[in-house]
Structures are given as structure tokens and as C-alpha cells.
Design a protein around this ligand. Structure first.
Ligand SMILES: NC(=O)C1=CN([C@@H]2O[C@H](COP(=O)(O)OP(=O)(O)OC[C@H]3O[C@@H](n4cnc5c(N)ncnc54)[C@H](O)[C@@H]3O)[C@@H](O)[C@H]2O)[C@@H](O)CC1
Ligand SMILES: Nc1ncnc2c1ncn2[C@@H]1O[C@H](COP(=O)(O)OP(=O)(O)O)[C@@H](O)[C@H]1O
Ligand SMILES: [K+]
Length: 485
């Protein structure tokens, strides 16, 4: 974002002061629009940092004063950039230090504006800074984060505050020109609250910011089923584990079938045949005892996609991974036990460019322990994809999908897109199945993963509260109807 601003300023599209004025005014307008119940004029506290985020704060203070609000300004340190210093001068009112902040002032205020740090956060914030934000929340004021809640890293969403931080989301975050990754990833997804974007006029061509990570999208036209018979829509094979362990694979199988694969077969050991037969109708069944049997099954080149992992058992998964190869390897989703198996067997070379790996954060740390500590989830998942030469989808409310070539998309389930009922046993198995079904239909791994994440969350939202994993495949037809399919 700062690059964008610098480019706009250099190109003569805007000067810093004009952008800051629009930013500050935009925050005040966003507050008016977001809280129609807030009586004007109100009492406000503005917390200002030394940089341009603080500069926005001084604009906010002045604009509120003009609107008749009683405003108190507290500065962590004097304004240290030319633009912020100019805005502090234009404010011209009293400025107290953070040391003067107390419960009395906080309890007497309606809205607290956090303009301490924005995109320039460079290290952990001092306890006095997060303490002030906590005090605002506990005193019952509405907390407005200017650009970023101070202490959240704008790129990674990580909290940079030793010893503590706020434990409720901001009442509102008002950001400029475009959302930042830090509003969606890690703690930022939880703590930013509703995020409103204010256009400060940087120009439409500059709106895609922070490079390379874009929002996950779907192609409705590609989801449409054209003509042809069932084999034209692909055959998916879901590998299952032994007796009593078939639930996860069955969930995946129904995900694959509902997303439109022409045929879906569950491959299980003979001991689990009876159990699966009793539970499956439209999904077919065959005995696949081990890796040798899998290799034989894959001679049928109509089997376009494999789902390996849900309920498979780590040892069985390792054997199956070793069997995938030959001249015409299938496309594959590696989830759950197949990911754990990657700690003992190598990723099959035949699946390079043909697989989607779908770890949650625990599985990610197991497979790539050295990447788990990387502060940026984007960098970690990109590095993992590059290492295996396959698509990696790192699950969570902030799902990221990375291609080995560096492309990366974010599926953020927050705000209007929230899908908290997905946090339920077996929902990941259905996601693996949905992606497998799309691979069977001929989608590329990256597109299948991106679209799978989108459909999975959309199905959860459509079903709503009370969702369990079984409901996800059943909710897909409704999602498709909503999309006009
Ligand atoms: N012209 C512009 O560049 C515009 C900038 N805008 C605002 O400017 C912000 C970015 O401004 P800056 O780049 O000045 O950065 P910030 O204002 O976010 O913070 C940078 C300042 O804080 C200090 N700092 C960083 N981390 C610290 C820590 N943990 N403890 C103590 N001090 C710390 C730095 O030394 C520097 O003085 C954006 O978030 C946005 O709010 C908007 O006004 C839009 C226009
Ligand atoms: N709070 C949440 N908001 C949105 N999606 C979530 C949330 N919690 C979990 N999910 C999604 O639910 C799925 C859970 O998968 P996983 O952890 O593998 O569970 P399981 O192994 O029980 O199937 C993932 O797709 C994940 O992205
Ligand atoms: K801030």
C-alpha cells in the first residue's frame, strides 16, 4: 500500500496532505454510516502515533471538532513526519501524553479512535499502547481502528505486542483504498472487526494492492455441466480405510459427487466392504487392498482424480502414495493421513503439478516444521507449494491457496463471508472431496482448490447454524441454484 501511495504521489495524482485529509474525513464519514444509532455530537478520544497514521488521527480530531464533538487528543510521541506535523498544527488543540490517559477519560468517552500505528508498524508495541486500547474496550467505548488496529501487522495479521493485547475485536476498522492482508490473516481476521474501505482517490488502476495475493473467486460458467455422459464428467476414486473408519472417505465421496464428478468410487479393504455398502448408494465401491491393487485400478485411465487421506490410516496412506506413478498418473488431493504419511515417505514425483495438498495448520507444521514458524502465512504456504511442486491449500477462516509458480489467493471467511459452523468434525473431508470432484471434472489443481474453498464456505453459510459435515454436500445444490446453475 505504501508503494501505491508513493507511486501516486510521485505520479502527481495526489499529494500526501490531500490523501491524509481524505483519509481522516473518510474515517469520520464511515463512523457516521456504520453506527446510525450513535448520537451526534459525541465525545471522542483520539490516540495518535508519531507517523502518518497519527496524522490521520489529527485530521479526525479536527473534523470531529468542526462537527461539534468534544475531542481529547493523546499522543504517544510528537508527530514525526512532515504531513503528520502539518496536520497536528492544523488541529491546534491540546495534546496530552499517553501518561495522562486514565479510566476517567475513557469512561467519559463514546468513541476512541486508534491512530497510533498503521502500515508502518515496525516492532512490538509497548504495553502502554495496547493497554490504552484494552482500557477503551473495557470502559465501554466504541473502538475505531484507523487503517489497522495498532499492534496488528498489516502484511501478516500477526499481533506484535509482547505481554498482551486486546481480547475483543475493534468495533470498526476503517482502511484506505483496499483491504490489507493483515485484516484477514491470523489474529487480524479475529480482531479487526467489520472492515470498511474508504476510497481516497488513488485511482482504479492502483486498487489491487500488496501484490500477488488476490481474493478467491469462482467461475460460474465453468461449474455448469455441459452435455455428454457420465464419463465425460470424470471418475473420482476416494481411498478409504479399514472397518469402522470409513466415515471420512464417505463424506469426501459425497462432496465429489455433489460437485459434479460423473462417477465416484470408494476404494476400501475387503474388511470394510460391508460397512461401506450399507452406507453408500450413488457412490460405487470396490476393494482396493493395498498399493499394488491401487496401481492396477489406475490402469483404467478414466479415473482422473484420487482423494487420499480422509480416514485412510497413516500406514495405508504411505503405501498408496508409493503406488502412484506410471505414465498417466491421476490428479490427486492429499489430505489428513496422507499428509501425515509425507513425514515418512517422499511426495510422489508423479504428482508434481497434479496435486492439491490440503493441510490445516497442525498438519502444515508436521509436514513443513521449518515453515510453520514463518510469521507470514502467505510466505509459508508459497514456500511449501514451491517445495513440493504442487498446489497447497492451508485451511482456516483465512484459507490460502498457493501455486508453485508463486500465485496465491485468499479465501477469507469473515464479515459477510463468515462460516464459523465449518469448525466441525469432518468438514475438511468434504472439502477434500469437493476439490477431488472438480479435478475429476478436468479443472486444474489451482482452480479446483480456489473454487473448492469458495463452494465449501458458501455451502456452510447457506445451511447456517447447526451445520454438521453431512450437511455440506447436501447444501451444494442450493449454492448452485443461487449461482443460477
Ligand atoms: N500519504 C500517505 O502516505 C498516507 C498514509 N496514510 C496513513 O499513514 C499510515 C502509514 O504511515 P507511516 O508509514 O508513517 O507509519 P505509521 O504511522 O503506521 O507508523 C510509523 C511510525 O511509528 C514508529 N513505530 C513503528 N512501530 C513502532 C512501535 N512498535 N513502537 C513505537 N514506534 C513505532 C515508526 O518509527 C514511525 O515513526 C497508514 O497506515 C495510513 O493510516 C493515510 O493518511 C493515507 C495517505
Ligand atoms: N471459523 C472458521 N471459519 C471458516 N472456516 C473454517 C473455520 N474453522 C474451520 N474452517 C474450515 O473447516 C474445515 C475444517 O477442516 P479440518 O480442520 O481438516 O477438519 P476435519 O479434519 O475435522 O475435517 C477447513 O476447510 C477450514 O478452512
Ligand atoms: K491504527
Amino acid at each position: 500500500m505504501r508503494g501505491v501511495e508513493a507511486a501516486a504521489i510521485a505520479a502527481g495524482k495526489a499529494d500526501g496532505l490531500a490523501l491524509m485529509e481524505r483519509a481522516g474525513r473518510g474515517v469520520v464519514e464511515a463512523v457516521r454510516a456504520h453506527w446510525p444509532d450513535l448520537a451526534w455530537p459525541f465525545r471522542a478520544v483520539v490516540l495518535c502515533g508519531p507517523g502518518n497514521n497519527g496524522g490521520d488521527g489529527y485530521v479526525i480530531a479536527r473534523v470531529l471538532r468542526e462537527a461539534g464533538c468534544a475531542v481529547e487528543v493523546y499522543a504517544l510521541a510528537p508527530a514525526a513526519t512532515p504531513d503528520a506535523a502539518e496536520m497536528a498544527a492544523r488541529w491546534g488543540g491540546g495534546v496530552a501524553g499517553f501518561g495522562a490517559l486514565g479510566w476517567e477519560a475513557m469512561r467519559a468517552t463514546d468513541v476512541v479512535f486508534d491512530a497510533v500505528f498503521g502500515t508502518g508498524l515496525a516492532r512490538d508495541i509497548a504495553p502502554g499502547v495496547w493497554g490504552a486500547l484494552v482500557m477503551a474496550q473495557e470502559a465501554g467505548a466504541r473502538l475505531v481502528a484507523v487503517d489497522m488496529l495498532s499492534g496488528l501487522d498489516a502484511d501478516t495479521g500477526a499481533v506484535r505486542a509482547a505481554g498482551g493485547f486486546v481480547d475483543h475485536p475493534a468495533g470498526l476498522t476503517v482502511t484506505f483504498q483496499a483491504e490489507k492482508l493483515g485484516h484477514h490473516l491470523a489474529a487480524g481476521g479475529e480482531l479487526s472487526g467489520p472492515v470498511v474501505v474508504v476510497d481516497i482517490g488513488l485511482g482504479a488502476e492502483l486498487e489491487v494492492v500488496d501484490g500477488a495475493v488476490e481474493a478467491a473467486e469462482i467461475s460460474v460458467e465453468r461449474l455448469r455441466k455441459g452435455g455428454g455422459h457420465k464419463f465425460d464428467h470424470g471418475h473420482a476414486l476416494v481411498l478409504a480405510g479399514g472397518a469402522g473408519r470409513g466415515g471420512a472417505a464417505r463424506l469426501a465421496a459425497y462432496g465429489a459427487l455433489r460437485v459434479g464428478a460423473g462417477l465416484v468410487t470408494v476404494g476400501c479393504p475387503a474388511e470394510a466392504l460391508g460397512e461401506n455398502a450399507a452406507r453408500l448408494d450413488a457412490v460405487m465401491l470396490r476393494v482396493i487392498e493395498d498399493g499394488v491393487a491401487l496401481r492396477e485400478a489406475l490402469v483404467d485411465r478414466r479415473i482422473r482424480a484420487l482423494c487420499m487421506g480422509p480416514g485412510l490410516g497413516v500406514e495405508r496412506a504411505a503405501g498408496m502414495l508409493g503406488a502412484v506413478g506410471g505414465d498417466h498418473p491421476p490428479y490427486a488431493v492429499l489430505d489428513a493421513d496422507a499428509l501425515t504419511a509425507l513425514t515418512t515417505v517422499p511426495f510422489p514425483a508423479a504428482l508434481r503439478g497434479r496435486a492439491v495438498l490440503t493441510p490445516h495448520s497442525g498438519e502444515f507444521a508436521r509436514v513443513w516444521p521449518d515453515l510453520a514458524g514463518v510469521a507470514s502465512k502467505v510466505e509459508a504456504v508459497r514456500a511449501a507449494a514451491a517445495r513440493v511442486g504442487a498446489v497447497v491449500l492451508l485451511k482456516g477462516a483465512d484459507t490460502l491457496v498457493a501455486h508453485p509458480d508463486g500465485r496465491c489467493v485468499l479465501h477469507s471467511a469473515r464479515g459477510a463471508m463468515a462460516a464459523p459452523w465449518l469448525a466441525t468434525a469432518g468438514s475438511g473431508d468434504v472439502l477434500a472431496g469437493i476439490i477431488t470432484g472438480l479435478l475429476a471434472r478436468g479443472w486444474s489443481p489451482f482452480e479446483a482448490a480456489e473454487t473448492g474453498a469458495w463452494l465449501h464456505a458458501a455451502a456452510a453459510r447457506r445451511f447456517g447454524a447447526g451445520l454438521i459435515a453431512e450437511d455440506l454436500p447436501e447444501a451444494l445444490p442450493g449454492v448452485f441454484r443461487d449461482l443460477g446453475l
